[in-house]
Design a protein. Structure first.
Length: 355
């Protein structure tokens, strides 16, 4: 984008005037409504899943929803002790291969509920004996119609191409589902504080990150465990809204090759919730700063890194949701500062229908 075009966009747009800003800001209210309205169905669904005793869990999603599924993988595997695998939709939608899914829980996550490949994969999973749960924002949709159980996201209309509040609603829906499935008192209590924490996360100022990334061309986003799905989402949003080539890595994997391109001034954003993964994340930050990288940290402080404001005292499974809420506000501002309109990413549509 030319400097002249960038200046025109910057003149026409203010950070608080975009749909991305206004929709992301609603996340706390969205989650509060979702938790309240979905509680009765979660009680019932939790009882059904305890009776079903699934032998494994399969997730199916695309884009931001798939990043929510990655977060769900860590929540389910650590809280329910079940193996979670991500379905490749083309196996059913293109290859028409039959699956053996009897006794499994199949979780499909979608904003629109009408992408043909997700619908076909869910249909195939149901035919193969899976119990299908749809986490969907549009409940009058083909995916919701075929599911055995529907969990509405209650995000409301989302007009900006970049998903924000619907992504956060997907994360909170996963947490509520697992909390009631496992009848986890501590997780239920943590969820009650989530809307309040989201409001506090929205107020966190990440202006230093905008300055660091204003002229960046390549970038790493790093997380681990429950924070990895958030790193994936952040990297996608950098590409979508900021024209910035960002790649997401697990802190456990980034040393296996990608570290070779990190040198003086290379920007890195690191997310870390306060759980058993923290030590490994701190070690990788030390490696980054030792190479002269410009490291920004969310959720913790580290020598040689620039800390970003974070909400303190939240449950470790809640923290990643708060990181992405703070991130969305920063990404919106960075997009405009780099001369883009975050509501209208080039070459993208709100609903992507793949087969």
């Amino acid at each position: 984008m030319s400097k002249e075009v960038a200046m025109t966009v910057q003149t026409a747009l203010k950070p608080d005037s975009t749909l991305m800003f206004s929709e992301a800001r609603e996340a706390g209210h969205v989650v509060a409504r979702q938790l309240a309205e979905n509680e009765p169905l979660m009680v019932e669904l939790g009882e059904r899943l305890r009776a079903l005793k699934p032998r494994a869990v399969v997730t199916c999603a695309r884009g931001s929803s798939d990043h929510a599924a990655m977060y769900g993988k860590y929540v389910i595997e650590t809280k329910a002790g079940l193996l979670v695998s991500s379905a490749a939709p083309s196996v059913s939608s293109v290859y028409a291969a039959k699956q053996m899914l009897e006794g499994t829980l199949f979780i499909a996550i979608s904003q629109s509920g009408k992408s043909p490949d997700l619908v076909r994969t869910a249909e195939a999973a149901k035919a193969a004996g899976a119990f299908v749960v749809a986490l969907v924002n549009v409940t009058a949709s083909p995916l919701a119609d075929l599911a055995d159980a529907v969990v509405p996201l209650h995000a409301g209309p989302e007009k900006s191409v970049a998903a924000t509040k619907s992504y956060i609603a997907s994360l909170s829906a996963i947490l509520q589902l697992v909390a009631y499935w496992q009848d986890d008192v501590e997780l239920k209590a943590a969820l009650t504080a989530l809307p309040r924490h989201l409001s506090a996360a929205w107020a966190c100022e990440w202006g230093a990150a905008v300055e660091t990334l204003l002229e960046a061309r390549n970038f790493f986003v790093v997380g681990r465990g429950a924070g990895f799905g958030i790193a994936l989402e952040a990297a996608l949003k950098f590409k979508e809204t900021c024209g910035l080539h960002a790649e997401a890595y697990s802190a456990a994997e980034v040393k296996h090759g990608p570290m070779a391109i990190v040198n003086e001034g290379f920007p890195v954003l690191v997310f870390s919730q306060n759980d058993a993964t923290r030590g490994g994340v701190e070690d990788i930050v030390h490696d980054f700063t030792g190479r002269g990288a410009k490291v920004m940290t969310a959720g913790f402080k580290a020598d040689g890194a620039a800390p970003l404001a974070s909400v303190e005292g939240a449950d470790p499974l809640i923290e990643p949701i708060l990181f992405i809420q703070s991130f969305y506000r920063m990404a919106n501002a960075l997009s405009i500062a780099r001369g883009y309109n975050p509501d209208e990413p080039p070459h993208l549509n709100k609903v992507t229908e793949t087969v």
